[in-house]
Design a protein around this ligand. Sequence first.
Ligand code: ATP
Length: 308
Amino acid sequence: MSLDEPDLAELERRAGGTGPAYGADAHVVCDNLVRIYQTQGVEVIALQGLDLLIGEGEMVALVGASGSGKSTLLNILAGLDVPTAGVARVAGVDLLDMSGRDRLRFRRELVGFVWQQTARNLIPYLSAVENVEMPMRFAGLRRNARRSRALELLDLVGLADRAAARPAEMSGGEQQRVAIAVAVANGPKVVLADEPTGELDTATGASVFAALRTANRSLGVTTVIVTHDPDVAGNVDRTVGIRDGRTSSEILRRTSESGDVVVAEYAVLDRAGRLQLPRSFTSALEMKDRVRLELETDHIGVWPDDHR
Ligand SMILES: Nc1ncnc2c1ncn2[C@@H]1O[C@H](COP(=O)(O)OP(=O)(O)OP(=O)(O)O)[C@@H](O)[C@H]1O
């Protein structure tokens, strides 16, 4: 047998089709994720086979109309809700196959949260530094180590001088920045933020995004943010659009060689080759039910059905 020829194990692997699994290297994997809610005999399909891969250390925003499934997805990634079918994996942990104890450990050690309601993030009668220390207390870190790490994290989010302030003495933006320090206190692998700037004005919201970005870059923590903020694409690596419980579009932010930030929008092509055309495009050309496709050398043309 020549050296170039595959050996038996390789042939078996190819025959069995057991190549690397979808998203084998990704830090967050959603593969054909389905979540169906049953309320009073009525079924609501909140996620309809959603695919999403997020790399380690990436900062991604999830956007989409109200009811498109963003919070459902975030709650699943947080280990707070269980999908009906599909695969959901975060930092190597399979979220469909976990005991109650594993789930608790996952939520305490591997993920950090920032919620929209500032009051849900912080304990009102504790100072900023005591709030940041709280998760480390649960994790059993000693007092001195806790205090110095908490002060470091407050410095990271630009609040070194507010360590002694209680939540009521801080602005909404400052409270959310403390909440980011709390979320990363125990060194989670992933930070999940649900509308962290939802209650803030644009300028204050920008300071919260900046703090999330600093935490993401300096700690290397994968960051997923649900937001309605229209300017978010300029603040994150990738903006994923969710429509009707599926990923439908992506906006990528890249820095060109000359240092300019280039933002480009793409439609998502799923593994079955399905593409969701933007509603504004299909309605502008009155496309309905079916379209005609033509393969050109470097693109595919899509025309309205001319036999209607
Ligand atoms: N606990 C639940 N029971 C029944 N239906 C639910 C439940 N949670 C969400 N849904 C439904 O699932 C769908 C997706 O909801 P979800 O909250 O994930 O959307 P969203 O994109 O986060 O919306 P918003 O931007 O308004 O928060 C909606 O139709 C919603 O009514």
